[in-house]
Ligand binder design. Structure first.
Ligand code: TUI
Length: 306
């Protein structure tokens, strides 16, 4: 459907997923994605053009629907001739007719069966079902029960996301019925990933219990690394005397500060599998490890069973 060699999507991580990372993943045979959360609509347009110069392989754009410029981005990608879109943090139904008219493959990220069905009815070509193990904005269900329930509910391909970091996770996702996997956190350690060195260091140092979900009370739950910033955020949320607007102001711009400046008051969004990321390597090595690793453990598991 997408003209890619391997069933591996790179997550469209806000501020992180630029032309450099997306082109490296696409060149390796996966699907690279450029995030629409960047320094404005024109900056994203530039990343799309840059990516076309870096690779002749298919790549896509992820549109974060809660962004103030989501409507602008929705039109810009049509102007730029983007052929693959994923969307997150809402329903893209209002843009669907325009995108289908433009011949775009539309793959919404969903966190429930209900939204998966709604997206299928609206004309989605596939869905990414994302469990709450993911970094960033998360839903309620986790990957293990989410994937098979979405797979059973829809007739379109399902890409599994949330907690998938190596061949074992990818194999597990395929066993749950997924047609492909989407991986975010592991790609933070890619050589071609342009996050601040401090961000990479924090990921490499993370353990199994290094992430926390904050923002639930504000209706925007986000998983990130435990840092003085995320702990303060969590304490503010649990303190009834603190006004929600004050918390939002405290969190505003924090992801950008982490990604670009390695700021100690930044928000280091990451999934639960951050503890499994142990070295910096080319995106190609990550894609190959996911595929070859999955093949190996599937074969071994089959041998154990028979
Ligand atoms: O979108 C994401 N993950 C993200 S977006 C993001 S940007 C950001 N966030 C906070 C502060 C600064 C920047 C970081 N991480 N993942 C896809 C996803 N979508 N996960 C869950 C959902 C989702 C949740 C509810 C999709 C739809 C939905 O309801 C839609 C509806 O309207 O029914």
């Amino acid at each position: 459907m997408l003209g890619i060699q391997y069933p591996v999507f790179q997550g469209g991580m806000a501020w992180v997923a630029d032309a450099s990372l997306a082109a490296a993943v696409s060149d390796a045979g996966g699907l690279g994605l450029i995030s629409s959360i960047n320094a404005g609509t024109e900056a994203v347009r530039n990343e799309i053009r840059k990516c076309r110069e870096l690779t002749d392989k298919p790549f896509g754009v992820n549109i974060m629907l809660q962004a103030p410029n989501a409507g602008e981005i929705a039109h810009m990608v049509v102007e730029e001739g983007v052929k693959i879109l994923t969307t997150g943090a809402g329903s893209p139904a209002q843009y669907m007719p325009m995108w289908k008219e433009a011949g775009i493959k539309v793959i919404p990220v969903v966190a429930s069966v209900a939204l998966a069905l709604k997206m299928q009815a609206a004309g989605a070509d596939a869905v990414v079902a994302e469990g709450a193990e993911s970094g960033g904005h998360v839903g309620e269900l986790h990957t293990m029960p989410l994937i098979p329930q979405v797979v059973d509910a829809v007739d379109i391909p399902v890409i599994a996301a949330g907690g998938i970091c190596d061949g074992r996770g990818a194999a597990a996702a395929f066993m749950l019925g997924a047609d492909a996997v989407q991986v975010g956190t592991r790609f933070l350690s890619a050589e071609e990933c342009n996050v601040h060195q401090e961000y990479k260091d924090k990921i490499l140092k993370a353990s199994d219990v290094s992430t926390i979900v904050t923002g639930k009370s504000l209706g925007h739950p986000v998983r990130s690394l435990k840092t003085p910033f995320s702990r303060t955020f969590s304490n503010m949320e649990n303190d009834p005397s603190v006004n929600p607007d004050e918390i939002l102001a405290f969190g505003s711009g924090a992801l950008r500060k982490a990604v670009q400046e390695g700021d100690k008051n930044g928000s280091y969004m990451a999934g639960e599998c951050a503890g499994m990321v142990k070295n910096i390597e080319p995106a190609k090595a990550i894609v190959e490890d996911l595929i070859l690793g999955a093949e190996k453990v599937i074969r071994e598991a089959y041998e154990r069973l028979s």
